[in-house]
Design a protein around this ligand. Structure first.
Ligand SMILES: NC(=O)c1ccc[n+]([C@@H]2O[C@H](COP(=O)([O-])OP(=O)(O)OC[C@H]3O[C@@H](n4cnc5c(N)ncnc54)[C@H](O)[C@@H]3O)[C@@H](O)[C@H]2O)c1
Ligand SMILES: [Zn+2]
Length: 383
């Protein structure tokens, strides 16, 4: 007897903002974790943070010593950055630690690091025992204002970004602002492009605010940076929770605005161009393209380019000029890969207003090339 059953599972997506989560007087984390039944916790921290936060491991040990009902098994320092997700070695190291410390499905994995590290440990958390509770502590602008509050994880394979991974809602995300201000300046600024992106596709008033505060953001004024991160994180999380497609089953992906070219550029530069810088180029290109194709007012496109320049982020990159044997720009393979990654019809979001997008299903390569040439000229003359 054939039958269809509907299975509904609901998730709580807990997003918190704090400063100094492991100070003894900060109860945010101990309030978040369930302590009944003597649970275990395993903490993963990316190695690069050690020199900036030499006291962190001791603080974490003292913090957990004060929580009855949770046993801290270990603090494991592993390699982070894009290197960590280039292949499956980081994933297997994490998995071995999960096995070694007898972590079970009721335990907590706590991960502290940038977006790449969160992706690797998130993948281990999602697949170890088919799913262990994950508490993310993002430590970069990009991971706090975008990827850390998302519901995806993954590692690269076959030279392709995030080829292996899963959708998994973390138990909680704690954006601890103490981590924001030690990143290299470029990393701190580059992550702001995701705030610009989400403003462009969701919230024109937020874009106006970024534009008005662009010089403070360029100078990395702490309070302004934190406000930008918080507003962006909430816009991302709101779209995921309320946008109707948290696990991206459809083809429309507004949060991936500017990303088809970006992902390809990261790959073409062998990840020398960071995700944030690549998205900056991708956003500039798709914004100018929308204006050149008559969707968006040219004045509005110019405002976006000025904001990107104001943050000292790139509008163009020389890898855009790489061509295949037939003379076609290699970046256009990104369109095909984007379609393949999403499945179904090619769907690219373009802007029709600052704050409003529209899905299109075709990109005119000749017009897009004109935009690339214009941005090249603009980038080289303003250098
Ligand atoms: N899962 C998703 O939905 C999603 C979304 C967007 C991006 N991403 C991924 O995120 C990654 C990029 O993340 P990112 O921009 O955070 O870069 P990153 O994780 O590569 O970190 C950048 C550098 O900053 C260092 N660092 C991190 N935190 C620091 C701190 N507080 N102080 C000093 N140094 C610090 C790291 O060691 C690294 O060298 C990419 O792999 C991208 O694909 C994932
Ligand atoms: Zn991104």
């Amino acid at each position: 007897m054939d039958q269809d059953f509907e299975i509904q599972v609901s998730f709580q997506h807990r997003i918190r903002f704090t400063r100094g989560a492991f100070s003894p007087e900060n109860a945010l984390l101990s309030d978040l974790l369930e302590t009944c039944g003597r649970r275990k916790a395993l903490v993963f921290i990316e190695q690069g943070l050690q020199s900036h936060f030499p006291q962190l491991e001791g603080q974490i040990q003292d913090y957990f010593a004060d929580i009855s009902g949770i046993q801290l098994m270990a603090v494991e320092w592993l390699i982070g950055g894009e290197e960590a997700k280039r292949d499956d070695r980081g994933y297997h190291r994490a998995m071995a630690a999960i096995e070694r410390h007898h972590i079970d499905r009721h335990s907590y994995l706590i991960v502290i690091g940038g977006g790449a590290f969160l992706d690797v440990i998130g993948y281990a958390a999602a697949t170890g025992h088919r799913g262990i509770r994950l508490v993310r502590f993002p430590t970069t602008t990009l991971s706090q204002d975008d990827s850390g509050v998302g519901v995806k994880n993954g590692i690269n394979a076959f030279g392709k970004k995030n080829f292996i991974g899963s959708f998994a809602v973390p138990y909680a995300v704690v954006n601890d602002f103490q981590f924001l201000h030690t990143q290299p300046q470029l990393t701190r600024r580059a992550g702001l492009i995701e705030a610009v992106k989400v403003a462009l596709v969701k919230d024109g008033a937020f874009f106006n605010w970024i534009e008005a505060n662009v010089s403070q953001l360029y100078q990395l004024d702490e309070a302004v940076l934190e406000e930008a991160v918080e507003r962006s994180a909430i816009l991302h999380a709101r779209h995921i929770a309320l946008g109707g497609d948290p696990f991206e089953l459809g083809s429309s992906r507004p949060l991936d605005y500017g990303h088809w070219a970006a992902h390809k550029l990261e790959q073409l530069t062998d990840f020398e161009l960071s995700h944030g810088e690549a998205v900056s180029v991708g956003v500039a290109l798709d914004t100018l393209y929308a204006a050149e194709s008559g969707l968006l007012k040219m004045d509005d496109a110019t405002r976006v380019l000025r904001v990107i320049e104001g943050l000292d982020l790139p509008l163009w990159h020389e890898a855009l000029d790489l061509r295949d044997m037939r003379g076609r720009r290699r970046v256009f393979n990104g369109l095909e890969e984007f379609r393949e990654h999403l499945g179904g019809e090619l769907t690219v979001l373009l802007l029709k207003d600052l704050g409003t997008g529209v899905d299109v299903h075709e990109i005119d390569e000749t017009l897009w090339e004109t935009c690339a040439e214009k941005l090249k000229e603009r980038a080289l003359t303003t250098k």
